[in-house]
Design a protein around this ligand. Structure first.
Ligand SMILES: [Fe+2]
Length: 328
């Protein structure tokens, strides 16, 4: 795949800069946002309680049934779809393209890059509330969907908690962070095939052990101002399929209120409050019923990508974010 789309790999300061052969490929696709995620659950009732009493999401009563829980954050018909399954894990992410034209050219680009994809049927398009969609897998084994034409729910969004709004307008759901040992292949796929840009590239040790090799983390943005929509961490893929997802609210108080609700509902707090270095997010992390974490944040930066230069943050956070993972 890479032979055809990458002219050169130039090693500078230990990083690889990829120069894409635009002459042969035309424009690289522009993904507008992460629109929804799908989660498998052995007990949907756990998610219903967690979403309502802790996160502050709104259940889409009309779409939900005993095997499917659709959760809203805004005018979208859902941002989280929790479906009955035989495991508790992240299933896939749905990414939005702006138009039928972009959708058609994205399929052409995937085909030219040698990526196999499935055209999904009308029944699934209807469930996702989109016009058309395709699905495929990234080199780390993560399932993705690409679509265009998502409908808007006619009923106004109302959080189940005192949350004024989730910060999604023009930015999508939030972000997802994956762990994979195929981190270089995954990074190249997102930048050179899916058109993501590098926001921050971080290298860090996960333990004080001097023999512990550095791991790399790629934080990537798509075609909106959110600092990163997808990140790839060089680490074994967790059993839940995802390291964490992030949702953002409008005030620091609403983050602290969510932390209070998590404690009151005996949700495991995976990380203390802190301020990230790369996206400046003020946030804490908690466990979800699927086993991955949910970062609940405020104040993430929204760079202008025309003038932004990729950063290399020396550490994840300025302060806080002391992690305390639950016993396996
Ligand atoms: Fe995050």
């Amino acid at each position: 795949m890479n032979d055809r789309i990458i002219n050169e790999n130039i090693s500078i300061s230990g990083y690889f800069l990829h120069t894409v052969n635009d002459k042969n490929r035309g424009l690289i696709m522009k993904i507008k946002s992460l629109s929804y995620i799908v989660i498998d659950s052995t007990d949907i009732s756990l998610w219903e309680t967690y979403a309502r009493d802790v996160v502050g999401l709104m259940k889409n009563e009309e779409k939900s049934d005993e095997n499917n829980l659709f959760l809203r954050m805004d005018e979208s018909p859902f941002r989280f779809h929790v479906q009955k399954g035989d495991a508790d894990r992240y299933n896939l992410g749905g990414f939005e393209l702006s138009s039928k034209e972009d959708f058609d050219s994205a399929q052409k680009e995937l085909a030219e890059a040698g990526i196999e994809f499935n055209s999904e049927n009308d029944e699934l398009a209807k469930q996702r509330c989109v016009e058309e969609l395709i699905s495929f897998t990234d080199p780390a084994g993560n399932r993705l969907e690409l679509f265009y034409g998502r409908s808007v729910d006619q009923n106004a969004f109302q959080s189940s908690q005192e949350i004024s709004a989730f910060v999604t307008h023009g930015l999508g759901l939030g972000h997802v962070v994956f762990g994979t040992l195929e981190v270089e292949a995954a990074h190249t796929f997102y930048t050179d095939v899916l058109g993501f840009g590098d926001s921050d590239i971080m290298r860090m040790k996960f333990s004080p052990d001097p023999n512990d090799p550095e791991s790399v983390l790629y934080f990537m943005h798509c075609d909106n101002p959110r600092h990163h929509t997808v990140a790839m961490m060089q680490a074994p893929t967790p059993p839940s399929g995802l390291v964490h997802a992030m949702v953002e609210v409008e005030t620091a108080e609403q983050v602290v209120d969510a932390l209070d609700r998590a404690v009151a509902n005996n949700v495991h707090i995976s990380s203390t409050l802190g301020r990230h270095m790369n996206d400046k997010m003020f946030s804490f992390y908690m466990q979800t019923p699927a086993g991955f974490m949910l970062e609940f944040g405020y104040d993430g930066i929204q760079p202008d990508w025309d003038t932004f230069e990729t950063t290399n943050s020396p550490a994840p956070s300025y302060w806080g974010h002391e992690f305390n993972m639950p016993e396996a």
